[in-house]
Design a protein around this ligand. Structure first.
Ligand SMILES: [Zn+2]
Ligand SMILES: [Zn+2]
Length: 140
Protein backbone atom coordinates (compact mmCIF):
# COMPACT_ATOMS: atom_id res chain seq x y z
CA UNK A 1 0.00 0.00 0.00
CA UNK A 2 2.61 2.57 1.06
CA UNK A 3 6.02 2.21 -0.59
CA UNK A 4 7.32 -1.30 -0.12
CA UNK A 5 5.11 -1.98 2.89
CA UNK A 6 2.39 -3.14 0.59
CA UNK A 7 0.58 -5.43 2.99
CA UNK A 8 1.44 -3.78 6.30
CA UNK A 9 0.01 -0.82 8.11
CA UNK A 10 2.20 2.34 8.04
CA UNK A 11 3.98 3.05 11.29
CA UNK A 12 3.30 6.24 13.23
CA UNK A 13 -0.45 6.14 12.80
CA UNK A 14 -3.01 4.24 14.80
CA UNK A 15 -4.99 1.74 12.79
CA UNK A 16 -8.73 2.30 12.66
CA UNK A 17 -11.33 0.94 10.27
CA UNK A 18 -12.10 4.40 8.91
CA UNK A 19 -8.45 5.25 8.28
CA UNK A 20 -8.07 1.92 6.57
CA UNK A 21 -11.01 2.75 4.29
CA UNK A 22 -9.59 6.16 3.38
CA UNK A 23 -6.17 4.71 2.62
CA UNK A 24 -7.70 1.98 0.50
CA UNK A 25 -9.70 4.48 -1.54
CA UNK A 26 -6.53 6.53 -2.11
CA UNK A 27 -4.62 3.39 -3.02
CA UNK A 28 -7.20 2.38 -5.62
CA UNK A 29 -7.53 5.83 -7.16
CA UNK A 30 -5.77 6.29 -10.50
CA UNK A 31 -5.61 10.06 -9.95
CA UNK A 32 -5.91 12.50 -7.01
CA UNK A 33 -9.38 12.79 -5.45
CA UNK A 34 -11.11 15.52 -3.50
CA UNK A 35 -12.46 14.77 -0.02
CA UNK A 36 -16.06 14.71 -1.25
CA UNK A 37 -15.28 12.01 -3.82
CA UNK A 38 -13.37 9.97 -1.27
CA UNK A 39 -16.28 10.33 1.11
CA UNK A 40 -18.75 9.21 -1.55
CA UNK A 41 -16.73 6.08 -2.23
CA UNK A 42 -16.60 5.15 1.45
CA UNK A 43 -20.19 6.06 2.16
CA UNK A 44 -21.37 3.35 -0.18
CA UNK A 45 -20.04 0.73 2.24
CA UNK A 46 -20.18 2.55 5.53
CA UNK A 47 -22.89 5.08 6.07
CA UNK A 48 -21.72 5.86 9.61
CA UNK A 49 -18.76 7.95 8.45
CA UNK A 50 -19.17 11.70 8.19
CA UNK A 51 -17.48 14.00 5.70
CA UNK A 52 -15.71 15.87 8.50
CA UNK A 53 -14.19 12.58 9.68
CA UNK A 54 -12.87 11.98 6.19
CA UNK A 55 -11.36 15.49 6.15
CA UNK A 56 -9.73 14.91 9.53
CA UNK A 57 -8.23 11.60 8.41
CA UNK A 58 -6.95 13.12 5.17
CA UNK A 59 -5.24 15.94 7.06
CA UNK A 60 -3.69 13.40 9.41
CA UNK A 61 -2.42 11.31 6.49
CA UNK A 62 -0.88 14.43 4.93
CA UNK A 63 0.76 15.37 8.24
CA UNK A 64 2.21 11.87 8.52
CA UNK A 65 3.49 12.01 4.91
CA UNK A 66 1.26 9.12 3.89
CA UNK A 67 -0.75 11.26 1.52
CA UNK A 68 -0.03 14.31 -0.59
CA UNK A 69 -2.36 17.28 -0.87
CA UNK A 70 -2.41 19.23 -4.12
CA UNK A 71 -4.51 21.80 -5.86
CA UNK A 72 -4.97 22.02 -9.60
CA UNK A 73 -4.73 25.38 -11.34
CA UNK A 74 -7.14 28.04 -10.10
CA UNK A 75 -9.30 25.47 -8.41
CA UNK A 76 -9.04 25.92 -4.65
CA UNK A 77 -10.45 22.46 -4.02
CA UNK A 78 -7.78 20.29 -2.41
CA UNK A 79 -7.02 16.92 -3.96
CA UNK A 80 -5.45 14.03 -2.13
CA UNK A 81 -3.37 11.15 -3.34
CA UNK A 82 -1.32 8.45 -1.75
CA UNK A 83 2.30 9.38 -1.18
CA UNK A 84 3.99 6.91 -3.49
CA UNK A 85 7.73 6.69 -3.88
CA UNK A 86 7.84 7.88 -7.44
CA UNK A 87 6.19 11.20 -8.13
CA UNK A 88 3.58 11.57 -10.79
CA UNK A 89 2.27 14.34 -12.96
CA UNK A 90 -1.22 14.89 -14.25
CA UNK A 91 -2.63 16.87 -17.10
CA UNK A 92 -5.98 18.53 -16.52
CA UNK A 93 -8.69 18.39 -19.15
CA UNK A 94 -10.31 21.82 -19.34
CA UNK A 95 -13.54 20.37 -20.63
CA UNK A 96 -14.36 17.32 -18.48
CA UNK A 97 -11.95 18.24 -15.61
CA UNK A 98 -10.44 14.77 -15.78
CA UNK A 99 -6.87 14.33 -14.58
CA UNK A 100 -4.77 12.26 -16.94
CA UNK A 101 -1.71 10.58 -15.43
CA UNK A 102 1.45 11.17 -17.45
CA UNK A 103 3.83 8.30 -18.05
CA UNK A 104 6.96 10.30 -17.39
CA UNK A 105 8.17 13.45 -15.72
CA UNK A 106 8.23 16.38 -18.14
CA UNK A 107 10.74 18.20 -15.93
CA UNK A 108 13.40 15.51 -15.89
CA UNK A 109 15.48 16.98 -18.68
CA UNK A 110 15.18 20.54 -17.39
CA UNK A 111 16.33 19.97 -13.85
CA UNK A 112 20.04 19.51 -14.72
CA UNK A 113 19.82 22.81 -16.61
CA UNK A 114 18.38 24.56 -13.56
CA UNK A 115 21.09 23.05 -11.40
CA UNK A 116 23.69 24.39 -13.85
CA UNK A 117 22.70 27.79 -12.48
CA UNK A 118 23.80 26.75 -9.02
CA UNK A 119 20.31 26.07 -7.73
CA UNK A 120 19.69 22.79 -5.96
CA UNK A 121 16.27 21.48 -6.96
CA UNK A 122 14.39 19.62 -4.24
CA UNK A 123 11.06 19.20 -5.98
CA UNK A 124 8.78 20.69 -8.55
CA UNK A 125 5.19 21.20 -9.52
CA UNK A 126 4.06 21.34 -13.13
CA UNK A 127 0.66 22.42 -14.34
CA UNK A 128 -0.36 20.95 -17.66
CA UNK A 129 -3.77 21.55 -19.12
CA UNK A 130 -5.59 21.04 -22.38
CA UNK A 131 -8.08 18.55 -23.72
CA UNK A 132 -8.11 14.81 -23.13
CA UNK A 133 -8.34 12.26 -25.89
CA UNK A 134 -12.09 11.70 -25.44
CA UNK A 135 -12.91 15.40 -25.48
CA UNK A 136 -10.81 15.99 -28.58
CA UNK A 137 -12.69 13.19 -30.36
CA UNK A 138 -16.05 14.54 -29.22
CA UNK A 139 -15.20 18.01 -30.53
CA UNK A 140 -15.02 17.05 -34.19
ZN1 LIG B 1 -11.82 15.67 -21.26
ZN1 LIG C 1 8.31 15.52 -12.13
Amino acid sequence: MINEKRSGWPSGIKKTKTREYVLRVLDDAPSPLCATKIYAKIEKDRSSISLSTVYRILELLVKKDLAVKTTIMNDDKALYELNRDQHKHYALCLKCRKLVALKNCPMEQFIPKIEDNGFQVMGHKVEIYGYCHECVLRND
